[in-house]
Design a protein around this ligand. Sequence first.
Ligand SMILES: [Zn+2]
Length: 430
Amino acid sequence: MKRCNVVRVLFSKEQAKTLETLGDRCAALWNAANFRCRQAFLKGEPVPSYATLCAEFQNHPAYKALPSDIAQEILKKLRKTWNSFFTLLRLWKKGELEKRPGLPRYWKDRRTGKRLAKLIPVKSPRSYFLDTRTLSLTLPADLRDGNGRLVLYTRGVLRFSGTPKTLELRYDRVKKRWYAHQVVEVPEPERKAKPEKYAALDLGARVLAALAVEGLDRQILFSGRKVWKDFLYWTKRIAEEQSRLNRAGRKTSRQLRRLYQVRARRLKHAFVALAAEIARILKQHRVSTLLFEDLTGIREDMDFGPGNLLVHNFWAFRMLRNLIEAACTRAGIKVVPVEPRGTSSRCAVCGSPVKRPIRHKAVCENCGRIWHADANAALNILLLGSSKGHGAEATPQKPLAFRWNRHRWVSRFESAAGTLYATSGSRMAA
Ligand SMILES: [Zn+2]
């Protein structure tokens, strides 16, 4: 499987200039090739393939100003961007997207119109070297000095070791820093032969994740309340900054980009911690397979927040699902998607239809059991995927609830007693 190492790249003034020149040349090639693609598209002609782009551009001055490993990677990246544009266009034509997707953009500053040095992709490990302290790159002939390579110090930990693949240098305009993103191929963790045990996960908005474990009579819920509250706060700050910019007749600012970055980071922090907590719980209960329902049902659960905010942030759920999947795979737990089949409309014990008198409660019309709606859904997913049934108690127990305290996920009793103990403990240790 593929993993990504991210480290910060340190540079001297001279090296900053070299990086900027290199990045600017990447942007020049991107823009030239993108112009070609956009013209073709607007004239109704086929957009050139990667191979055609390579053939057409290999004698172009912007191509020749770069080492071929970088130039080819720019063209490949451009072609991939066009592929995703076509995918989105198809979705839009089917009516599954509200807005028509825009054409792939040029790399330039919208205000000044200047080219933007933001990305330097390096195709193969032949043309770079990254270890715990340094990153070195092959340079184009005219930028070379003494040893012909650009050697930069790095800061950060290489979390994954494996076969090195491509590397990208990305410029963060908000922080004014360069980061190296390296893809490595890591061998799959060996799955120990252990008895099959299933768990099921239901993703949602109010309750981000509901977890049912085979043989466990309490289900586990992760509340989304605090997470979305924080997300809304930063969304409000973004709106304020936008209206300030509007009054000044501007579209964007460094501050605006910073706010977007903060909002995304804080959300991701909660999600990464949630994924880790789920993997930890599953491991503790020796679960071998996690079943989860695909995300199609989520929209109906999202009718809250100003302007139906979350409907437009569907990517957030995809990110959450991917993070959970990655954390479980790392822990040696198999992740299996199941087709959604009315998991929230049936009673998990007798299978009769349920009524939803209030949003989070599900009452069985036949046996009268009262479920937490999300816990019931998770149990139903467990029924769909495992042969043994869920083995939960016939009387629903109150689920165990976790909430986000901006640092970690805590369960209700832990938040009352545990945190107090933890803080006094750390104070004593200090
Ligand atoms: Zn029932």
